[in-house]
Every structure is written in C-alpha cells, then in structure tokens.
Design a protein around this ligand. Structure first.
Ligand code: PMP
Length: 354
C-alpha cells in the first residue's frame, strides 16, 4: 500500500541530536549543566499545578516582560515553542514552492530542513576560510526568488561572528522587502570585540526587515521547556501570529521564562564562567594542535575533516558525548571545569596517539 505522503520528503534526513547514555558527560547540545534556580523551579511547580488549563495563547505576561527588558513594544515580539519553531514559522510566512531561502553553510541544521519541508529551495553559501558567514557571497546570491535570509550570528556550529561593519553593509545591500533573520541563539555568551559589536534591536530602526531570534534554551537554561522569541516589525509579528500553532508554548515554559527574566542578573552572571572556560578550552586545544576558531558561544568547534567520525566515536567511548558533523568537525559544548577537563583529557590522548 502506498500512502499519499509527499514524495519530496523521501530523501529528507531526520534531525538527529547527539545521543547520550547514563553516566555520560553530555557536551553535545549546547545546554547548561545546572538545573533551574529555585525561583524558576517554584514557578514551574505552580504552573504544573494548573496543568488542567490551556496555556495563555497570547503569552501576555512573557511578552510584556520581554518588551520591557528589550525596550520594544509588545507588538514587536512573538514568543514561540523554541526559536527553532520561529525559524520554521518565518519560512512558512515568506516562502512557497520554488522560492529560495538563503543562508551560510555549515550552519544551523534546521535552516535547510525546514526550508525543504516548506517545499522551498535552500541556497547554501559556504563559509569563508575563517569559518565565518560570507556576507559578500550571500549578497551576490540574492535573486528575485529569495524570500528569506538567515544570518546565524554567532554561527552554530563554528561559533564565529561577522564584523559589524560587514553586517551593516550586507543589510544595506539586501532589498528591503526581503526579511533577514538574525539568529542570536547564543547572544548572552557574546563578548564581542569593538569590530564585531552591534546592537540588533537598535539596527531594526534602520532595517525594518530585520528579525532578531533569541532563546531561553541556552544561557537561561530552559532547553527542556522549549521557549524562544522573535523581535520584529509588527507586520511580521502579525504574520507569525497567524501561523503560530495554538497553545504550543506550554504554561510551564511561559512561567519559567518569566521567572528567568526576573532572575536575569544571577543567570547571566553564570555566562561569565562559561566564557572563561571557553577561552581556556580554545587556548588548550590550539596548544595541542587542533584548529579551533574564536567562539562567541557556549561551544567550541574543532576542525577534524575526515577524522571527525572516528574522533567523536572515541570520545563517546571515553564517556564524553560531543556532536560530530561528518567530514567537517566536532562541536563541543563548554560547561564547567570538571566536564570540560574530561573532554580535554580525551583531546590530549587523541593528539598524542601518534
Ligand atoms: N538557532 C540556533 C543557531 C541554534 O543553535 C538553536 C539550538 N540548537 C536554535 C536556534 C533553536 O533553539 P531552541 O529551539 O531551543 O530555542
């Protein structure tokens, strides 16, 4: 029996996250290792006790708190079930069959997958030699079928960022009707140099086609609850609202995110420790001879080429789960010293294996 499932999905790969096992150190998904703060747990518990009710579909409390903290109006914010859903919904509101969605590659794996799910065509522009988004090449690749552009800054999985002047020059080149989604999932881990520094929320004043994507999954530690947000022009937010799956941001996620914002200083202070560890890991890995670009995230990228699969398998055998991208390299989450040291011990053994 052949069921009427879209044949173009036949060769679409399934998203495969890093696999883990009991007792493993999991450095595969860019999570924080610590559980939620007591105040956030309390908010989750209280929301759980009302789980018989549907969540607030308007996500009013969280939207209000985000608007306040970002200095924007509530009609410029859309909360979603993880920022991955907002990536998908941006594709849904912009691209139809035959349209093009443009982004750098290698980058966040959802971009090509969600584009293909929409029946649109992914246009993937290779990163520069330095593993940075090649904005000149991307500008040159814009066609009259381009409907949406993703700029992943910092880029997953390489951790790299573009220079601010290059970003602004690029935005000036993009026709003003094309939405540019600036994916800042790792924003809270950015410690940008003066050349790299920009304020995405400010940039929206000059570029109303700019959409900023952020998440509570990383620095705020709510990966398991699924909540992210977009900051955009109200016309974009209205369209995103139309394709939002009703009640898809559950009440535990909404309450936890509000509590995280209230505890923002304490949570963001944790990012300093991760940044210090990131710099230590980068330096140590380079000393061992690995090629590791500067990262502005809570992970590091190790270029391993054809050795990637073997490296990752040996690392897993040593009890540390990382995220390999066959033929390219491995992404390793930076957490606290003890976990990072477990990975470094493996990397040292691998480098010395002769
Ligand atoms: N964008 C980027 C660049 C990411 O790395 C991720 C998570 N891997 C996301 C978006 C999605 O995050 P979430 O759906 O957990 O908010």
């Amino acid at each position: 029996m052949t069921l009427s499932i879209r044949p173009d999905l036949d060769d679409l790969p399934v998203y495969v996250p890093g696999k883990t096992f009991p007792g493993a150190i999991k450095l595969a998904s860019n999570e924080v290792t610590e559980g939620p703060l007591p105040s956030v747990r309390d908010a989750i518990a209280e929301a759980a006790s009302n789980a018989n009710r549907y969540p607030d579909n308007g996500m009013v409390a969280l939207t209000g708190e985000l608007a306040k903290s970002l200095g924007v109006t509530e009609d410029e914010i859309q909360v979603g079930c993880g920022s991955v859903t907002l990536c998908q919904n941006l594709i849904t509101i912009t691209a139809q069959v035959g349209d093009e969605v443009l982004f750098g590659w290698r980058s966040f794996e959802t971009y090509p997958l969600a584009t293909r799910v929409a029946g649109a065509t992914p246009v993937q522009i290779p990163l520069t030699e330095d593993l940075v988004y090649d904005l000149d090449a991307m500008a040159a690749a814009i066609t009259d079928r381009t409907r949406l552009i993703f700029v992943c800054n910092a880029n997953n999985p390489t951790g790299t960022v573009v220079d601010a002047a290059d970003l602004v020059a690029f935005l000036r080149k993009v026709p003003s009707h094309i939405i540019v989604a600036l994916d800042e999932a790792y924003f809270e881990y950015n410690r940008l140099t003066p050349e790299q520094a920009y304020d995405a929320i400010e940039l929206r004043k000059e570029f109303p086609n700019l959409v900023v994507l952020r998440t509570f999954s990383k620095a705020y530690g709510l990966a398991g609850l699924r909540v992210g947000y977009a900051v955009a022009d109200p016309t974009v937010i209205t369209a995103l609202g139309k394709v939002h799956i009703p009640f898809s941001v559950n009440s535990l996620a909404q309450s936890a995110a509000v509590a995280c914002l209230a505890a923002g200083d304490e949570l963001l202070a944790r990012t300093d420790a991760v940044v210090a560890e990131r710099e230590r890991m980068t330096a140590e890995l380079r000393t061992l001879g690995y090629r590791v670009p500067d990262s502005q995230t809570n992970f590091v990228w190790i270029e391993l080429g054809d050795d990637t699969t073997e490296f990752a398998a040996a690392c897993v055998a040593a009890g540390v789960v990382i995220r390999p991208f066959a033929g390219d390299g491995a992404r390793v989450t930076v957490t606290h010293r003890q976990e990072n040291d477990a990975f470094l011990a493996f990397a040292r053994r691998w480098a010395a294996r002769g």
